[in-house]
Design a protein around this ligand. Structure first.
Ligand code: DGP
Length: 116
């Protein structure tokens, strides 16, 4: 799908909308989810404009690999230790509502499996 630069995460990246930022570097931004589903619920987003996991190409590999590496750092920073879950919803049918790719980092409580 085409990237819509008016989506809320694009606006947060531009500084047009506030966010509770917990980590930032040249490739990604991490901030608290507005509607947390666990005591720790952080969203990690690449600064590259990628709408969905379904749209990823080989050009995105550095930005996306980076997100996974930083997720562990942020989880430790948030007190999750090594027990946390990373979730990526791709497409409306999987529950994606914001079309700037994001990784949900969930932790701070027991997480059941399988998810819904
Ligand atoms: P998903 O359903 O996978 O597309 O997740 C989108 C998440 O984004 C959802 O958990 C709620 C969160 N969210 C939506 N709008 C905002 C916002 O303006 N600020 C923050 N911090 N989170 C938002």
């Amino acid at each position: 799908m085409d990237y819509d630069d008016q989506n809320v995460f694009a606006r947060i990246l531009r500084g047009d909308l506030p966010a509770d930022v917990v980590y930032e570097d040249d490739l990604c931004l991490a901030f608290r989810d507005l509607d947390p589903k666990a005591p720790v619920h952080i969203l990690l987003i690449p600064k590259r404009p990628i709408p969905r996991a379904a749209d990823c190409t080989i050009q995105d590999r550095i930005a996306l690999g980076h997100l996974f590496c930083i997720a562990g750092e942020v989880a430790r920073q948030e007190g999750c230790g090594d027990a946390f879950r990373l979730v990526v919803n791709s497409g409306e049918g999987a529950g994606q509502t914001v079309f700037h790719l994001h990784v949900h980092l969930l932790g701070g409580r027991d997480l059941s499996w399988p998810p819904g």
